[in-house]
Design a protein around this ligand. Sequence first.
Ligand code: SF4
Length: 93
Amino acid sequence: MVCNSVKPGVECFFMNKNGCQFNGGACHQIVEQCVGCLKVKEFPTGNYCLIFPEPAVKWRTGKCSMATHVGKNAPAKDVQKINPLKASKRAAR
Ligand code: SF4
């Protein structure tokens, strides 16, 4: 059901006709570690994660598994491809 509390317009599993059923009755704002993640969205009520209702929990035991700015989901740095044949010839010189 679509959220009508802190993240208006976002489809949410915790929303039903009685309102938000998440612990505390609403999503929690992002934490400092989330800054830079593409899953953060700004709403009039604050900055929230589009996936997790309580981002602090995702960082409690390490890196968030869905973070786009750190860990395995982060964009790869420019790695120059090396042709092994040419590299061995270069090393032989
Ligand atoms: S996906 Fe993880 S790091 Fe990104 S905003 Fe959500 S909780 Fe924060």
